[in-house]
Ligand binder design. Structure first.
Ligand SMILES: C[S@@+](CC[C@H](N)C(=O)[O-])C[C@H]1O[C@@H](n2cnc3c(N)ncnc32)[C@H](O)[C@@H]1O
Length: 254
């Protein structure tokens, strides 16, 4: 297969939402590529696409790709193949393409599925990942909360699969990042308590975006509305505290 003249495929992390957290490398690539793909979000508003719009100076054609969250794996795989075919059509014509994703492209991201399919359809194609600031890093920063120190361990785990494996992971962690905390926060807080987490617990929803929410402590967390785009960081030890007040995006801009 002829690969000379193919475009390069970039996976770009846009950071959690604040365009100020986009890296210089990501900005440089986004302003250079010819096509920028983004996942069409549930509400048809792509979070990572919003960061690209705010960046400015991009000449690329903008395209959105549907990603189904169907329980049936065959349906999901079919969708990944269709999306990869859309990307490879452009790459074969020598157009450099980027797929933008919220946070980092290699952490619970649609980019990983797309990248594998693209590599299968176009063996030897050049693929480059441009890392992005992960949502949990932004959340920790807002509270000046050290994620881990000394010999502590950090575990990142989705909050929805609360089974024995989930509990084993909690038991092993000094700090836990719980992603996808959109439902049953009472159950989640009970799990943390049962696993012996007695330290700080912070929550962020829609970080860097409109309607951003920041909370500290179980009481505050229970009082806010549930959001799809939300996460929790909890510390086992009560000695490892956050320093100072929470720093909302508004406060930074003022
Ligand atoms: C599909 S994962 C994407 C993770 C992303 N690749 C990262 O590096 O952070 C979606 C989950 O990431 C978290 N997340 C991503 N961006 C967020 C934001 N701006 N505010 C709050 N949570 C966010 C939430 O837990 C959400 O359910």
């Amino acid at each position: 297969m002829e690969k000379i003249g193919w475009g390069r495929f970039y996976g770009i992390g846009t950071g959690p939402g604040d365009p100020g957290l986009l890296t210089l490398r990501a900005a440089e690539v986004l302003r250079r590529v010819e096509v920028i793909f983004a996942a069409a979000a549930r509400d048809n508003q792509s979070f990572s696409g919003g960061v690209v719009s705010a960046l400015g100076g991009c000449r690329a054609e903008r395209r959105s790709l549907p990603f189904t969250m169907a329980k049936n794996m065959a349906d999901r795989e079919e969708q990944w193949c269709r999306n990869a075919a859309a990307v490879t059509r452009e790459l074969r014509q020598g157009r450099d393409c980027a797929f933008v994703t919220i946070g980092d492209p290699l952490l619970y991201s649609t980019f990983t599925y797309l990248m594998r399919e693209v590599a299968e359809l176009l063996p030897g194609v050049e693929i480059e990942t441009v890392p992005g600031i992960m949502a949990f890093q932004d959340l920790a920063a807002r509270f000046n909360l050290p994620t881990v120190e000394d010999r502590e361990s950090l575990v990142i785990v989705p909050a929805w699969g609360r089974d024995d494996r989930f509990r084993e992971k909690l038991a092993a962690a000094d700090t836990v990042v719980l992603m996808k905390t959109s439902s049953d926060r009472a159950g989640l807080l009970a799990e943390l308590e049962a696993a012996g987490f007695k330290g700080e617990i912070i929550y962020g929803a829609r970080l860097g975006q409109e309607q951003e929410t920041l909370c500290r402590g179980g009481g505050e967390i229970m009082a806010v509305e549930e959001q799809y785009l939300s996460l929790v960081i909890a510390k086992r030890s009560p000695e490892r505290q956050a320093v100072g007040e929470k720093q909302k995006l508004k406060a930074k801009e003022a």
